[in-house]
Design a protein around this ligand. Structure first.
Ligand code: SF4
Ligand code: SF4
Length: 302
């Protein structure tokens, strides 16, 4: 069933209009082929996330019940995480940076891909829900649920963290820049669904949450720190507040440059809908770094 679902997603990634850059930017795909990971719904890691991420972070069963589905043994649930890797053209062009009024700006093609990714990820979740429904299984998506909110308290987190879900499914580990380093790198987006379809579990290779990062595993690299124009990364890790503030500056500049082709995105923050932000990202820390498109320590597992 895992292989069939992966093939379904590959076909969808190839054909969806939502996975396409505007003609002016070449009309290529935004994301190349996806990979998936699967965790069992009763994996104890989901309870641990209440301590690590925040007490409001949902377990798969809590999300399931909140969506109105029947209470069942959590072991009957599967959590499917999907990796969306940015295509090579976006990565190539993102190596060239421009300064505009003293702000280092990412490539426009990346900003558009990052902005369009929101609608594509949501539609991918809907497609998986429909695909599994035709096989008589029920499926929900954290990002489409009313139970999802970004929480801004003493720290930023959400009630369903796609990176933590992806770690649980064995897709990769965290890192100095706080992205998830998968076998196909960190320059990705993530989405996930919870289902009662009996997919095969993909076990974690290591319980070390930072095992794929060269800095945390070998004390080397720190290329992401060099690449960050906001000084948001240092030996102590990633400063979400500095990163967020720099991202906001970039969003304002990009809105004046390419605003008419960007899509608005509504977000739920502290349980209230915030209308029409135009997320465009930054991600210098993910380009021209050893973990951009691979797991830099993969050979250690062989
Ligand atoms: S660039 Fe190097 S230090 Fe930074 S996250 Fe990637 S592997 Fe880790
Ligand atoms: S996203 Fe941008 S500001 Fe944030 S850590 Fe990466 S390079 Fe720095």
């Amino acid at each position: 069933m895992n292989a069939e679902l992966t093939q379904f997603l590959k076909n969808y990634f190839e054909t969806s209009k939502l996975n396409q850059l505007p003609e002016k930017f070449g009309g290529d795909r935004i994301f190349s082929s996806p990979i998936i990971g699967v965790a069992q719904g009763d994996d104890p890691i989901f309870q641990k996330y209440k301590e690590i991420v925040g007490s409001e972070h949902l377990t798969p069963l809590e999300l399931w019940v909140a969506e109105g589905y029947e209470n069942l043994p959590a072991s009957n649930l599967r959590v499917i995480s999907i990796v969306f890797p940015f295509n090579d053209k976006i990565r190539k062009e993102s190596k060239n940076v421009k300064k505009f009024l003293r702000v280092t700006l990412p490539a426009e093609i990346y900003c558009i891909g990052r902005n369009y990714a929101n609608a594509f990820k949501e539609d991918t979740c809907r497609q998986v829900i429909e695909y599994l429904k035709k096989k008589n299984y029920k499926t929900i998506a954290g990002m489409l649920s009313d139970s999802f909110s970004i929480l801004v308290k003493e720290k930023f987190y959400s009630t369903w963290s796609e990176r933590h879900i992806a770690f649980a499914t064995g897709l990769g580990t965290f890192s100095l820049h706080e992205g998830l380093i998968t076998e196909i790198g960190c320059n990705i987006r993530l989405a996930s669904v919870v289902t009662n379809a009996p997919l095969e579990i993909t076990p974690r290779k290591s319980e070390n949450p930072y095992g794929n990062c060269l800095y945390y595993s070998k004390g080397t690299c720190r290329k992401c720190e060099e690449r960050c124009p906001a000084n948001a990364i240092d030996a102590n890790g990633h400063n979400k507040i500095k990163c967020h503030e720099y991202g906001q500056r970039i969003a304002r500049k990009m809105l004046t440059r390419i605003g008419p082709i960007l899509n608005p995105h509504n977000r739920r923050v502290n349980w209230k809908i915030r209308f029409a932000s135009f997320p465009v990202g930054c991600a210098f820390c993910q380009f021209e770094v050893p973990c951009m498109d691979k797991n830099p320590i993969a050979e250690d597992y062989d």
